[in-house]
Design a binder for this molecule. Structure first.
Ligand code: URA
Ligand code: SF4
Length: 202
């Protein structure tokens, strides 16, 4: 199926409970011919509202990190582990929460064919849930970020810190890991470009 066909089907997905309260499915966007795909955790409030990935505070940090190395969103493809917002509604007001293992597993029916259609050279997982889903179950983000791993879905994979984690660390001190995010994206991009040169675009 084409990426657009896959998106059309995904927009109607009712396969897990996250479908119940979502306003929009956030399928993904960007350049499907890019050698680099970024895979985040899942939509937050702004993403749920707009149907676009990484458009809230985390997205602003991601845009800045891309710009720091001379890239923008048109150079890469961006999507998420789950396509609908995961939130806890028990207080009446939705609080973002990580997707459950069942939600992650169920949403692989979209993520796996999405990656199979794009066939990126390198997948950069943004944050631990994405790395646990796509690299290995016991992935340790603080020690294994920035390292290259083999992948079923690309020539290589890597993970970096999630901007929401960096934002929390910045409340405690300093750059909170922002410089690591920039360095990891640069390594991911340079590696993806080198792999494309080596293997061609297929
Ligand atoms: N955080 C994510 O992991 N993905 C988004 O799309 C937005 C914030
Ligand atoms: Fe379907 Fe994924 Fe949304 Fe669940 S999160 S309803 S599996 S698109």
């Amino acid at each position: 199926m084409s990426l657009e066909g896959l998106r059309e089907s995904c927009l109607g997905c009712l396969a897990c409970d996250l479908s119940q309260r979502r306003r929009n499915v956030v399928f993904g966007e960007g350049n499907p011919n890019s050698p680099l795909v970024l895979v985040g955790e899942g939509p937050g409030d702004e993403e749920d509202k707009t149907g676009r990935p990484f458009v809230g505070r985390s997205g602003q940090m991601l845009d800045r990190a891309l710009a720091d190395i001379g890239l923008d969103r048109t150079n890469v493809y961006i999507c998420n582990t789950v396509k609908c917002r995961a939130a806890d509604w028990s207080s009446g007001k939705p609080q973002n929460r990580p997707p459950t293992p069942l939600e992650v597993e169920t949403c692989r029916q979209w993520l796996v064919p999405q990656l199979a259609t794009i066939k990126p050279m390198l997948i950069l997982c943004i944050g631990a849930p994405s790395a646990k889903n796509l690299i290995q179950k016991n992935f340790k983000i603080t020690v294994e970020r920035g390292k290259l791993f083999p992948s079923e879905y690309a020539r290589a994979s890597m993970a970096t810190l999630h901007p929401s984690y960096i934002l929390r660390q910045q409340n405690i001190s300093g750059d909170g890991g922002y410089s690591l995010l920039v360095a990891d994206i640069k390594k991911a991009w340079d590696t993806a470009v080198a792999l494309r040169e080596k293997y061609g675009s297929g």
